[in-house]
Design a protein. Sequence first.
Length: 329
Amino acid sequence: MTAVLTTATGQVLDQILDESWPQWNDGLSRQAYGRYNEAQLRTPWGASHLARVALLDDGRLLASAKRYRFTMQLDGRPISALGIGAVFTPPGERGRGHASRLVEQLCTEARADGCTLAMLFSEIGSSYYERLGFRIVPHAISDVTIRAKDGAPAVLVRAGEERDAASVAETHVRRVAQYRFGMLADADQVNYSVTKKRLLAGFDTSGRRTVEYFVTEEGYQAVAYVLIQVTRPQQPGEPEGWSLASCGDRDPSGARIGAMLQVLLARHPGERPPAIRAWWPDGLRPPQLTIARRGPANEIMMIRALRPDVRVEPWLEEADTIFWNGDAF
């Protein structure tokens, strides 16, 4: 067998979307699922950092994945990283090693392109990818409680805009510098993350999702931000669900994050507080919030060194990393 790794287009891409839609549709129709994937590739960051790839044998689809390029920080050093997402094998081709062959080819090409690390998120446990040389980076999901305040805090909160992306990226990078491992996002990637959330909500005709992106500023510059995916309750009496996709504050304490969330909560006095969850990093403790670790996240973050000069020993612990669920791919 001579399998070739190539960018998925045309009928091959349609087959990938047709067969992966039942598994990863996120409540979207098949048509909306295709448009959602296409729209991500049309963003400035997606056009240069994201591709859907296919492993083909004489035109026959063996396996597919999303290929990302990121800049990560490891022990104070910026490194180029490969992100592998949505690994999928058509039902008729399973059990023949095609997915592992695809992953190995992605890693080989990324190493040749200068990447020093590969990352992925597994929804099928860790053992399969451990056999391919990946190791778990532990991260947890937490419940976040906002302490109620009489009236709204005296902090200016406004809707985030595209022009805020550079300041938001700088705020995030400053926070990442306090950890061994994290993502170094630039302005285009910040806008991509916000746009991706908005696209998912917009293509979901049920109206159950909305996205809220707010900043607080000093001297006309954003110095703190929150990005929230809101899910409306499915049953009467249930609270809204807030997923804190990402947040940041130039204040080391994170006090402005807490104040912003108090402002957002104060918009609906007397209503049941939302159920808030996040991949909350150790060391960030805004005084207005209570952070309760709930347990390991469902998506298992895993990494693999692609070059011998990249060391992850002593191995990364949960406290060593900052990775919001809005950064996941």
